[in-house]
Design a protein. Structure first.
Length: 197
């Protein structure tokens, strides 16, 4: 459940929406992540097609400018409430079969592992707050230019090959990220202290 009870002195008890938390130190797909938290995820596929990508996408995927990609655009739901929009690109030469997959009812990452011999192993995230573009705000059912969490991502497989890049927009009132930072076991933390006499 993504709601919680909040008691306000003198006013009573109300139902307040609580944020869904993504543990982004674990490389899971959206559906896997939500299910592990006991939540019900869902996706609505807005577009799934083969396209020629923008130049920055070609660069991120390390493919030629004239190479096609599989383009996926999906609305994300948790407990039947919209929380975000996912936009992803995959090299067409490797993942053309995704065009025939049911991405509304299947975990993309589970499909990649089980049918495409692709194990998501490492990713590079950039997360920032941005004013939501008008066309995306309509999909997320929020006011234009309202702040949202914007993620850009590049994902590597088990062979250190980039197989996905994309971006995600999440409603800040319904979604948050936990980040865990660990010191490597054999790493020694060092620092330099500058003294002035």
């Amino acid at each position: 459940n993504i709601s919680k009870l909040v008691r306000t002195q003198g006013l009573g008890t109300f139902v307040s929406e609580s944020r869904i938390t993504s543990k982004n130190y674990q490389l899971n797909g959206f559906s896997q992540d939500m299910k592990r938290q006991g939540l019900k995820p869902a996706s609505k596929v807005l577009e799934l097609s083969a396209v020629l990508p923008p130049q920055d996408v070609s660069q991120d995927l390390q493919i030629k400018n004239n190479e096609a990609v599989v383009f996926s655009k999906r609305l994300r739901f948790v407990e039947d409430k919209i929380i975000g929009l996912d936009i992803s690109y995959f090299p067409f030469s490797r993942f053309s079969g995704l065009l025939d997959e049911d991405l509304a009812n299947n975990s993309l990452y589970e499909l990649l592992i089980n049918k495409y011999d692709t194990i998501p192993t490492r990713s590079f995230y950039q997360i920032k707050s941005v004013k939501c573009p008008r066309e995306i705000a309509g999909l997320l059912q929020i006011a234009p230019h309202e702040p949202v969490l914007f993620l850009s991502e590049i994902v590597y497989d088990q062979n250190e090959i980039i197989f996905e890049c994309g971006s995600e927009y999440y409603r800040g009132d319904r979604y948050s990220f936990n980040i865990e930072i660990r010191k490597l076991k054999d790493e020694v933390l060092t620092g330099i202290i500058n003294k002035s006499e």
